[in-house]
Design a protein around this ligand. Sequence first.
Ligand code: 3PG
Length: 221
Amino acid sequence: MAASALDRLAELRVMPVVEVPDPALALPLADALRAGGIPAIEVTFRTPAAAAAIEAIAGARPDLLVAAGTVLSAEQASLAVRAGAGLVISPGIDLAVVDRCLELAVGVLPGVATPTEVLMALGRGLDAAKFFPAEAAGGPAYLRALAGPFRGFRFAPSGGIGPDNAARYLALPSVIAVGTSWVAAPGLLAARDLAEVERRAREMVARLDAPNGTPAAPGAP
Ligand code: 3PG
């Protein structure tokens, strides 16, 4: 159900955003992320492999939080949910996508970057949204100002977030989690370098666990 996917996201604090080049890579990729300490994946509909990738992961690893990302239409939202996605994420707010997710009783994080867009999300009864593109829109200072009037509304920022700045977003009371493609960057997936994906997942978690997000020492476990 909607609430539990967002609650799980809030517990994890970080969502790896991925572009899966080949459905055969999906399960090993999800396993690498989990081995690195992040039992979650946002499979974006930026490659034709997305639905098959979601199906492969959700079918074999029902305990993972599997989100569909870059969902741009109600049809894609339906496709994602049929494939097994437990959360639908979009870079912007399209009320047709939101309404389809509400009908399907699946969690949805539409993208917002302005107060008007937050009001649109509130108008549909949502209490959380993606904040995108986070760094380009103004970073944590902008998000703090945006969140100001909307007490209780929660944000999951992404766009330009990595290990060096994630903690600055998570320090805001309105932020439940950050999204990042840094952990499983397209170049790593093209090279099938899942060992580096696992290492980056571990580094990301270590940074979030460190006081004030200070970098872990190189090579630290
Ligand atoms: C997203 O879809 O959330 C973003 O593309 C992730 O942004 P990043 O690639 O800058 O991490």
